[in-house]
Design a protein around this ligand. Sequence first.
Ligand code: C2E
Ligand code: CA
Ligand code: CA
Length: 659
Amino acid sequence: MRLMQQNNHPEPDARAAADADTRQDEVMIAYLPIVRGAAIAVLGYFLFDLVSRIFFPGDAYHGVMLAAVATGALCSVGMIYALRTTKDVWHLEVVASVICLSLFINSNLQQSLYFEVENLLYSVLMMPIFAAILPTRRTILTGIVLSFASLVWLVQTNMPEQVADYFWVGVSGVAAGVAISEIIRTAVLNSVKARLAAVRDREKAEDLARETRHLAECDALTGLPNRRSFFLALNHHVEHLRKTGDAFFLGLVDLDGFKPVNDTYGHAAGDEMLRAVARRLEDAGGATAFPARLGGDEFAILAPAKPKSAEAILTLGHRIEARLSEPYDLGDYTCEGSGSVGLLICDNPELSAHDLMERADHALYFAKRSLQGRAVLFNAALEREMMTSSQVDKALRKSDHDKEFSLVFQPQFDLTKSRITGFEALARWESPELGPVAPDVFISAAERAGLIRPLTRVLLTKALTAMAEWPSGTKLSFNLSTHDLMSPNAIEAILATVRDSGIPASRIEFEITETAMMSDFNQARRAIDQINRAGHSVALDDFGIGYSSLQYLQQLPVSKLKIDHSFVSSILEDSSSYKIVRTLLSLSQTLDLGCVIEGVETEAQLHILRTMGARHIQGYLIGQPMPEDQIRDVLQRRFDFSPRALSRPQDNSARAARS
Ligand code: C2E
Ligand code: CA
Ligand code: CA
């Protein structure tokens, strides 16, 4: 605002200086051609005079006049030359004055050497001529006064009796000179003024157009081309590929954990980080690449495919990867960061810009999902996966949640009490078009399509209905998606669904994954608080495979960890899995958190887990996820997982439980 005020009211001195500059420009533009034309005409006159004097030599002063005319001609040539470098009005005044003076001196010299009455006409004529040629009022005035004075002086010297008559002739000359000068000045200067104004308007319009274009094409924060210009460039590359067969590389970049940086260090630091990312992408891409910011923490890059090989594009990807994982200096803080990169070699002319984006996006999605901070090149396997997921997306949009989705329940077992304490509800989808679809696949598809909240509500209602048949001590674990946690209203709707069922909140535990923490830690924490206040407990699912940050864990009001089944499956063969499970178990004990070990499939695994002090387990050993009508049976089944029973090699109770 202050800046605008300054622009609207410039300092008076500055404005006066600017006005003076404009006037000088106008005079230069108006008079430079006039003075140049006059110089050429005067040169022509002198040359003509010179030739006629050479061919028709006259009286005694012939030599003097010849020299004077030759000097006048030379002087005109000099002035024509000087005009080529004339830049300001003062310079122009000098040149025009010299031209007029050469005429003046010549004519007066001639008259003083051999006076002729009829030549007095030249003195009178000179006044309007000077008035027309000279560029400023002061030079015009001087020129007219000099001519007038010379006229009077010549008459006074040669025929004093006629001074009065010629005085009035001179006055008419002065009047004509002044009138002509004013008419010419006004006409010429006005037309120049109008021309200059038109030029200035055009320049202003061009400036505005340039600025608008810049605003429309560039991202204001980072200065990189924005989403719109990126798509223009991408379309242009696609056209070029179709015409010439020239392939190109496309990369999509998404920062990992940018939201926590924004939340923890503030938006100014977040902005600084985005600017740094932009500069690093420019560096990593080199002079021929086209990096752009698509929005938020998403960036893209186009680069020529030279050479067109997987190595070349992966080298670019690794360069980006390396640059993005250098520390970020954010003023008062330094922070770590990384970016996931999805890469695509664009060499198929049949694919549209949209198809290419979809593929690069899928590679990025894969990088985000499994290899954060790494670059992934789109390949045939990802192509197959993508085709499936787009079919899933379509089928999901048309699906009837209530009819097509159901729940199975997997028992959770307490080793010390030797009984099932509760069940985890796991969603199943039997699509009429695609058949059964894996939950990992449809849950992420529902998240992408923005359908997860209604789906969660339908599933929760089904779980609560099933629970009505269970014994009052049996608990339910229900999975929530990250998206369910992102708004207080969505959580309130979930809590209200439970309240309406009349089932005590203490019997229902919600499971959330670490990805929820990563996308918005503060909101995730508020959500957990909100759930806790309603009397539910919260378990942190798949613990160990993500960030597993102790700092996060200490700040989160969760009451349980679920150790991911990937560790248990390799606990016998892989010593690091063994150590991880042991560490996570003791971590949960230190923090006074409950701990469920998932994916327990064999008695041997159970044996090891028991030696580590595990208490709650879940997995095929106890029971596969089952339809609700089997729950009553499984609750009545007796399990004997005592060390004595497990050590008996022929003990088949667990296998019986599974069958
Ligand atoms: P999760 O919450 O970690 O669920 C446990 C997964 O491990 C389930 O896979 C279950 O069938 C599987 N599992 C259980 N015991 C064993 C075992 O002994 N060995 C092995 N190898 N696997 C075992 P499922 O049902 O395919 O679910 C996959 C994921 O889908 C779940 O992982 C959860 O993240 C998500 N999911 C499932 N149902 C829901 C739901 O209703 N809502 C939300 N938001 N997510 C859900
Ligand atoms: Ca779970
Ligand atoms: Ca899990």
